[in-house]
Design a protein around this ligand. Structure first.
Ligand code: FMN
Length: 192
């Protein structure tokens, strides 16, 4: 017989992100973040390769990433609007966790499965923050795909890349929910 957890199911059925730009102070302290990161790391991981790590970014560290994003935008010749889009999450954010995909050499586990696992960690991190009562938002943006930014701002090695920045903070406004997928369009049933 199933052993339901109605509170967990209700959370999953109603969970939603809060836009990063609406997140304010306070933010979780180190002890609470360790609990949230522990929950995030309790994620499916084929072959137990642990192909991820976290960089917790706050205050001056976030502003420094903003400066790196501006410098890369200039080096890449991006328009001002693009530069702003890339830099603003670091210039205005209070707390963000960079989830780093750390590719592990393996004869058995394809790289794509490691990428899927890290995506799962990002969602688990988002959900752990939301379940703890914080607002949270998973952002990427062009800097997260720019090798120059990855090297200069976070000193990532060639086998590492940014899976996402999970912003966490206090919700200051409650935007309406976004439309959700129509299950009738995406579910097929096969039983014969
Ligand atoms: C890999 C990934 C990257 C994303 N990057 C951005 C981003 O850079 N900017 C943005 O506005 N939304 C981005 N989003 C979408 C936000 O996380 C958005 O708030 C989310 O889709 C809302 O979903 P939820 O309410 O179900 O949590 C990204 C989502 C994913 C999965």
């Amino acid at each position: 017989m199933p052993d339901p957890n109605p509170a967990a199911m209700e959370f999953l059925l109603t969970r939603r992100s809060r836009p990063a730009k609406t997140l304010g102070l306070p933010v979780p302290d180190r002890a609470e973040l360790m609990r949230i990161l522990t929950a995030a790391s309790r994620s499916p991981d084929h072959g137990k390769l642990e192909p991820w790590r976290f960089v917790v970014l706050q205050g001056a560290a976030l502003r420094r990433l903003g400066e790196h994003a501006r410098a890369r935008a200039t080096a890449l010749g991006l328009e001002a609007e693009q530069a702003d889009k890339g830099a603003q999450q670091f210039e205005t954010g209070q707390l963000a966790i960079a989830v780093i995909e750390v590719h592990k050499a393996s004869d058995k586990i394809p790289a794509l499965e490691q990428t899927y696992a890290v995506g799962g960690v990002c969602l688990a991190l988002l959900n752990a923050a939301l379940a703890s009562g914080w607002g949270a938002n998973w952002l990427s943006g062009w800097p997260s795909h720019d090798r120059g930014f990855m090297s200069a701002a976070l000193e990532l090695d060639a086998h590492e890349r940014i899976a996402g920045f999970i912003h966490i903070g206090t919700e200051t406004s409650a935007p309406p929910d976004r439309p959700r997928p129509d299950l009738d369009r995406i579910v097929t049933w096969q039983d014969s």
